[in-house]
Ligand binder design. Structure first.
Ligand SMILES: [Mn+2]
Length: 474
């Protein structure tokens, strides 16, 4: 394949072969299924160009994820089909009005898209009679929910998207490399007196200017001080608008997206570059659980067990800090870990930041505090890409609930806890690819207290940093 997606300079070249391989995997998977009629076609609807409410202002378009996975087409308002027997790919593009050429630029012929995406056939959507094809036996949608238009969770493509090919891993390594560098850029420049949104802006500028990443994978979370305990801070009601104070811990959860492939990285560090003893204790508790989980992950382990392992390490460490007292197993029985980590340990990552396929049909969520928030109920498999993101947070309403709980309050030393209230939280989030016998760490940022302090003490943008974590073996 000479056909590549490339934004020039040092951005990644992604071959159209990536999507041809995805289509091949899709067709093979479908052919292996019982009851599939011969001459079946998979029909997919791409994303639609949307306007801002009732205005004529376009929202920046981002392709629908299944459509992207299958075709790699960046344009809006397309359909696509794959012939399951032959793997032949059809793209259906809108026939654009003449005015498009005035406002939006050149109208390309069908041949242009055929070459641009290395697809077998390109047609105009208006030349296809959709009602006829829908009823024809040779144009049978495989979606069990919605007929011809496939967007639902039961689409066969989900199980294909669960495991990443070598070419997909290459893109995810790239999104992680650029996003790691962007986080380091933020750490180099953060200081008291700045707004949280300035850090968001810096991150996004780095990702776009250096990595060709127009989108981030999700809304940037730039919490400082008490805001770092708000799990999804940064939304319109709390838009990263606090002034960063000396003595604040920062929790910055941001990931850039390239050609629709995601990254999801969280760095926690003191705004002034120096941990207090209390900040260090909580940070190192989380780092310990993160590294324990990374060392334990391999094909065959249960993801829920990894979550429990993180909980266990947190509780152990919180006993050492003095916030908790008593028997560790008894604490586990009353789910004390979820008071400090109410979210799941991590999730699948790919074209979507919370990638599809976490709960295959027939898998139930575990109905326990913390574990019920897990976005994946599967056993870990080689070629999965996952986030590992343990955290310890001091969330007042959860702490108050625990103190009011007959089962839990006895474990908590309220006097010591009071010292930590309002300090926010710590999350350490890395992206990993599961290998045959362990993990490949995709994220590369300063992680130990010593690395962070050394990196932030020396905020000379000319000096590059090579963290020792990159060579860690798990
Ligand atoms: Mn995440």
């Amino acid at each position: 394949y000479s056909t590549v997606y490339w934004l020039g300079k040092d951005t990644l070249r992604v071959s159209a072969a990536l999507f041809a391989e995805n289509r091949r995997r899709l067709c093979e998977g479908l052919r292996a299924k019982q009851g599939l009629q011969p001459k079946s076609l998979v029909l997919l609807q791409g994303g639609e160009q949307k306007q801002r409410y009732c205005t004529d202002t376009d929202v920046v378009f981002r392709q629908e994820s299944f459509f992207h996975w299958t075709f790699g087409v960046t344009e809006a308002d397309c359909y696509g089909a794959v012939d399951v027997d032959t793997c032949k790919a059809f793209l259906f593009i809108p026939k654009l009005p003449e005015s498009y050429a005035t406002w939006m630029g050149e109208i390309y012929p069908k041949e242009h898209f055929k070459e641009k995406y290395a697809l077998e056939e390109v047609h105009y959507t208006c030349d296809v009679s959709w009602t006829d094809t829908k009823n024809a036996t040779n144009f049978r949608g495989v979606n069990t929910d919605s007929g011809s238009v496939t967007r639902e969770a039961s689409f066969e493509g989900i199980s294909r998207r669960l495991l990443k090919t070598d070419m997909e891993l290459e893109v995810l390594r790239y999104t992680n490399r650029i996003s790691s560098e962007a986080h380091k850029e933020v750490m180099k420049h953060v200081s008291a007196g700045q707004k949280e949104y300035e850090m968001e802006s810096l991150f996004r500028h780095y990702c776009y200017s250096q990595g060709g990443m127009r989108h981030t994978s999700y809304t940037c979370i730039c919490g400082s001080g008490h805001n770092s305990s708000v799990l999804h801070y940064g939304h319109a009601g709390a838009p990263n608008d606090k002034t960063i104070q000396d003595g604040d811990m920062c929790l910055f959860d941001m990931g850039g997206e390239y050609y629709c492939y995601s990254s999801d990285i969280t760095c926690s560090f003191p705004a002034n570059g120096k941990f207090t003893p209390d900040q260090k204790a909580i940070y190192e508790a989380v780092l310990k659980s993160s590294r324990a989980v990374l060392a334990a992950i391999k094909p065959g382990v249960k993801w829920s067990d990894m979550h429990r392992l993180a909980d266990r390490v947190h509780l152990e460490e919180l006993i050492k800090v003095g916030i908790l007292r008593g028997n560790l197993d008894d604490m586990m029985k009353v789910h004390l870990g979820s008071v400090f980590m109410p979210h799941g340990l991590g999730h699948l990552l790919g074209i979507d930041v919370h990638d599809v396929g976490g709960y295959p049909e027939g898998t139930e969520r575990i109905d326990e505090p913390g574990l019920k928030s897990l976005r994946m109920g599967r056993v870990v498999q080689e070629r999965m890409v996952l986030t590992v993101e343990p955290g310890i947070y001091f969330i007042n309403h959860l702490l108050d609930k625990a103190l009011a709980s007959e089962q839990q309050s006895g474990f908590i030393n309220n006097e010591v806890l009071a010292r930590f209230r309002g300090s926010g939280g710590v999350r350490i989030e890395d992206d990993i690819a599961v290998t045959a016998d362990g993990v490949e760490l995709l994220t590369c940022v300063p992680r130990t207290v010593e690395e962070i302090e050394a990196f932030m003490a020396d905020r000379n943008p000319e000096k590059s940093f090579s963290p020792t974590v990159s060579s860690e073996k798990f």
